[in-house]
Design a protein around this ligand. Structure first.
Ligand SMILES: *Cc1c(COP(=O)(O)O)cnc(C)c1O
Length: 438
């Protein structure tokens, strides 16, 4: 590291020289892993550009219409490109899909009918979806209120328990839900290969049931996506990976044409489907974000690796582990105390370009059961492809780190958060077994 760099980190960012040396030292262990990350990035970049060319993306597609949005060519082009990138028959990509949760909710409520059954086959789904389904919170409008039945099948050794799944499929089972990413759990993400193995085994016995994937945080981590290996329908958020930090808002759903049609009828109205709904001039930013996404994701994954090695070396349990194959951008760190979770997030916030002066507090966030603390100083509010960290205040006090539009920013986040934890005397850098001190 150049003297000027060390100077600015010490003098302007208030980071202790020992912390800088420690992080630089640990970084050496992960540099050889960057090569594989770059290869995946290269392929995905070409895949995205090819989709844009094949769909004849044109400068006039960035124009938009008003009112009903009939003939919004840019909107249609975005959806055509998404369908190509994800290798599906059709896509629904809209700025009016408020979030990943909304995209997943539309998918479920568009397909499921009263007395149909949904089975989550990767254990408890993401916190917000538990409220959507109706297993937590008893919020009016949840799926169970509409007569949807629900079952959950836990993972066994981080693997989908295919036999148990097959034994549980009944004649009203409509959807099997797979969550690729860690979410707020203590498991690593499922790889696309693992998803493929499960999908093939299920398909051997059953070709009716709809296999759905919550792909949040998984896009562009691998050469393939779940829809390349037989998944029927998949959804995610545009303020995570595929928005590349540029998309202003939105969600996507990709998959079989008949399913996307059902979901579009839920999004707008039966009879309207995909034909209306304004893009509000977001076509250019959505596609520029998609163009940048493979690169941005690679930066974020490198950042996640740096966090992993630093905290592993300090004696903490990190998920995924440094040598695990990565299939999402999340890095979980089991910090074992609520104070550490909060101070870690405060350090990340202090490294942000936007709102660096804000001090995050744990709060009752809509959709979540436990209090959640969040560091989110993004250019796009709540964007977690940007440098961010969050954690529910619950045992065993995992903090989830993700995003970073540049690796350098990730590194600043690691430096600031570690420095903060040391300043608050919550971690001792001279001891590598902080975990054992508790
Ligand atoms: C982020 C996320 C969601 C959706 O969250 P939103 O904040 O609503 O976009 C759903 N599932 C998983 C696994 C996620 O990581």
């Amino acid at each position: 590291m150049n003297e000027l760099t060390i100077n600015i980190l010490c003098k302007q960012f208030g980071i202790d020289k020992d912390v800088i040396d420690f992080v630089n030292e640990k970084e050496k262990y992960i540099l050889d892993k960057f090569e594989e990350i770059d290869k995946i990035k290269e392929y995905n970049q070409f895949k995205v550009i090819n989709a844009m060319q094949e769909c004849k993306l044109s400068s006039t597609d960035f124009n938009w219409t008003t009112g009903y949005g009939y003939g919004d060519l840019g909107r249609d082009k975005v959806e055509e490109i998404y369908a190509r990138v994800f290798n599906t028959e059709d896509a629904l990509v809209r700025p009016t899909i408020a979030s990943g949760t909304h995209a997943l909710t539309l998918t479920l409520s568009g397909i499921l009918r009263p007395s149909d059954e949904l089975i989550a086959i990767t254990g408890a789904p993401y916190d917000t979806l538990q409220k959507v389904i109706g297993i937590k919170g008893n919020i009016p409008g949840n799926l169970m209120e509409f007569g949807i039945k629900y079952k959950e099948i836990p993972l066994v050794n981080n693997t989908i328990d295919v036999n148990n799944v097959l034994n549980n499929i009944g004649n009203r089972t409509k959807i099997l839900l797979i969550q690729r990413s860690t979410g707020y759990s203590d498991r690593r993400a499922l790889t696309v290969e693992e998803i493929e193995t499960a999908v093939k085994a299920i398909r051997k016995e059953n070709d009716e049931v709809i296999i759905m994937v919550d792909n949040c945080y998984g896009e562009f981590l691998e050469y393939k996506e779940p829809t390349d290996v037989g998944v029927d329908i998949m959804a995610g958020s545009l303020i995570k990976n595929p928005g590349g930090g540029i998309a202003l808002a939105g969600g996507y759903i990709v998959g079989k044409r008949n399913l996307v049609q059902l979901i579009a009828n839920r999004l707008t109205a039966p009879g309207l489907g995909k034909e209306c709904g304004l893009s509000f001039g977001t076509t250019r930013s959505t596609l520029q974000g998609l163009f940048l996404a493979p690169h941005i994701v690679s930066e974020a994954v490198k950042g996640a690796l740096l966090v992993a090695i630093v905290y592993k070396e300090l004696g903490f349990n990190v998920v995924p582990d440094v040598d695990d194959k990565r299939s999402d951008i999340i890095q979980g760190i089991q910090l074992n105390s609520p104070e550490r979770v909060v101070e870690f997030c405060r350090g990340i916030q202090a490294a942000s370009a936007v709102d660096s002066f804000v001090v995050p507090e744990a709060w009752e966030m809509p959709g979540y059961e436990d209090k959640v603390v969040m560091a989110a100083g993004g250019f796009i509010e709540g964007s977690s492809i940007e440098l961010s960290a969050d954690g529910p205040i619950r045992d065993p006090y995992f903090v989830y780190y993700q995003g970073g539009l540049t690796y350098e920013h990730c590194k600043l986040g690691v430096l600031k958060s570690l420095n903060n934890l040391i300043e608050k005397k919550l971690i001792d850098i001279t001891k590598t077994k902080n975990l054992k001190q508790d």
